[in-house]
Design a protein around this ligand. Structure first.
Ligand SMILES: *Cc1c(COP(=O)(O)O)cnc(C)c1O
Length: 345
């Protein structure tokens, strides 16, 4: 039987169209500014997000780090969620490399941060305080079950940030999932953001790469930050070609992943020991807890693995399943059956 790999949407492999585009990509030395395929990808990404310019980087982690380094100097402060990927999963890069001071505020279960808390956290102009430069949001929110921040939330946060002289960065690793879930153009959703990072290599299926999107002057500076981090690549048109296919062909189908995630959530929510409200599943991430005296989350994951259903434990009682384009509707049914068999009392 085929393996149903629900560990992440990063496990997606390039589609045949991507393989062809990669094989045929026209390339050059991008550090010298002459890889035409990278340029095409950067122009396409900027246009899709309604911004002036974009920069191709090797990973989402580097996209966020490049963005933070471009917004903030040493000792400057970034306000971000305490469940943010940037805060939890990026090895403290902005502090380690940029001496940027993090100010984590509680993320609500819907991925948002209370605007009053943000406002109260913005520092006065005082020699004792770091300078608050940046607000960073995440949409969809990875650790908050792939929750979508709606347009009103994005715009209200942007208005607050801008009224207080802060820039707004969006960690939009899965921003296309958010836009598809909301039925909005992604450019509308990120209109209030000064910079956006997004991943080509998650649900969009490209093998490698992320983008930073912003104004032309910002991207100019971001290019320097990418160089500092060793992320400037040479004939990167080979991988950028897959990114172009991802943006042109793989966005609309994210709705299938969302439907599959919702079906998976509904199918396992009633099983003995599963703690999950399917209404929390808005996109392609299903986070649930296991509450069983006779089974740990690790044991559940191992037993599912033996049934060729792969997912990840998250620490504590939680586990995570992420749908992606390799997983079909029938395989979701098979996964539900595997859960039912493994959890049967
Ligand atoms: C995956 C992810 C990243 C980082 O992307 P990598 O390509 O794995 O470095 C950043 N932010 C969020 C919200 C993510 O889910």
């Amino acid at each position: 039987m085929t393996i149903i790999d629900l560990r992440s949407d990063t496990v997606t492999k390039p589609t045949p169209a991507m393989r062809r585009a990669m094989a045929e990509a026209e390339v050059g030395d991008d550090v010298l500014g002459d890889d035409p395929t990278v340029k095409r990808l950067e122009e396409l990404a900027a246009a899709r997000l309604g911004k002036e310019a974009a920069l191709f980087v090797p990973s989402g982690t580097m996209a966020n780090l490049v963005s933070l380094l471009t917004h903030c100097g040493r000792g400057d402060e970034v306000i971000l969620g305490d469940q943010a990927h940037i805060y939890i999963y990026e090895a403290g890069g902005s502090a380690a490399v940029g001496s940027i001071h993090p100010r984590p505020l509680p993320n609500r279960p819907d991925g948002s941060i209370d605007l009053d808390l943000i406002e109260a956290a913005i520092r006065p102009n005082d020699v004792h305080a770091p300078r608050t430069r940046l607000l960073a949001l995440e949409n969809t929110h990875n650790r908050c079950s792939g929750a979508v921040l709606p347009l009103t939330t994005m715009d209200a946060a942007a208005a607050l940030a801008h009224s207080r002289g802060l820039a707004l960065h969006l960690d939009g690793a899965r921003v296309f999932n958010a836009a598809v879930a909301l039925g909005l153009e992604v450019s509308t959703l990120v209109a209030g953001c000064d910079s956006v990072s997004f991943c080509l290599s998650k649900g969009l299926g490209a093998p490698v790469g992320s983008m930073v999107v912003s104004t032309r002057p910002f991207i100019q500076e971001a290019r320097r930050a990418r160089k500092v981090l060793g992320g400037a690549m040479r004939q990167s048109g080979v991988i950028a070609a897959a990114g172009i296919v991802a943006l042109n062909e793989m966005v609309e189908r994210l709705a299938d992943d969302h439907a599959h995630a919702r079906r998976l959530a509904e199918g396992i929510a009633g099983l003995p020991g599963i703690v999950l409200d399917p209404a929390t599943v808005q996109t392609n991430i299903v986070i649930f807890a296991l509450d069983r005296p006779d089974m740990t989350p690790q044991q559940l994951a191992a037993r599912l693995h033996a049934q060729d259903v792969w997912l990840l434990t998250m620490g504590g009682p939680k586990l995570r399943a992420v749908t992606n384009y390799h997983v079909t509707a029938q395989e979701i049914e098979r996964a539900i059956d595997a859960f039912a068999a493994v959890l049967a009392p």
